[in-house]
Design a protein around this ligand. Sequence first.
Ligand code: SF4
Length: 341
Amino acid sequence: MLSQLIFSVTRDRLQSPQNGLSRSADKTSPYLDSDFMCRVIMETSMIADIRVVAFAGGEPLLKKDELLGAIRFSAGKGLWTKLITNSYWADTPDNAVLMLSELKSSGLSEINLCSDDLQQGNVAIENIKNAFWSARQLNLPTLIINRRSKNSRVSIEHISQHLGVRLVRFDPEKNNPQHDVYTSSISAPIGLSSEWLNHEKQAGNMTDGYTWKTPCSSVLRSLVISPEGEIRICCGMIEQALPELSYGLFGSRALTQILCEANCDLLANWLALEEPYGLMQYVKSKAPDLMFQDQYVNHCHLCKDLLMRKEVRFILKSCDEEKSDAISLKRSLLEAVRNEQ
Ligand code: SF4
């Protein structure tokens, strides 16, 4: 059931002021403006039980004015808003407090600070510290997001030491503290900016345990809007416009029609109910010669390997009646159970 709206506000990233500008200098790069985001929030919340609106990038705060308008609008509708940032703006404690005060007074509910080798290649870890302590001072709930790779320098231990607190792992099943919490996962070579992560060398055989075999908790539950205004039905591969996970430009068709189509789509339901691992098993049964890795970093990594291969997509599209009946049955049973609750 759709419950989260994610705006990929811009693909641009900005390095810290001390390191200078990066791609943000490209003024032609697409981004989402405030009016458009407000329209999406209004239309989506009219037909779905949206609880969370997330703003991601690139670096969303490069479009601060657009962001403030959309945060204000969401907060006015009683929605939980969260912002995912690399803290480039927190180069001094004063700048950090200034920025976070403005965001909080606009209605921001939570801030997520990304800290890892990739981010800290451009932004000083001091910025994370400034953002973290300013958020605490303003009582703004904060989550540290860390991605690991082989021989990572910026580990959770490293960040904890730098912040001077003992960070505890976020547990989605529990009530978590408002501060001092983190999530950590292995960097998977998925996004367009992941070229730096030479999977063989950096990640090697790293995997997040069995997560690559677990069901996808995003597809059909999150609606993602790309910087071009395109609708995606999962947050795993925002940068790749895969036809199976993309539904055209927002506004090009009625949103109700798009959501109906997505919810009736065999592949979307298959991913949600039998996870990418189930798709791989099916493909292997139809084409035993097709090669797959022995393991993947996580389910999105496997999903990418499946959906970016023409021959795999062909097999999935022409799946037999037996399979589509089984998925339809599973979905109907799930709906029946939900309606009982
Ligand atoms: S597993 Fe696939 S469908 Fe699910 S979030 Fe990842 S990329 Fe999207």
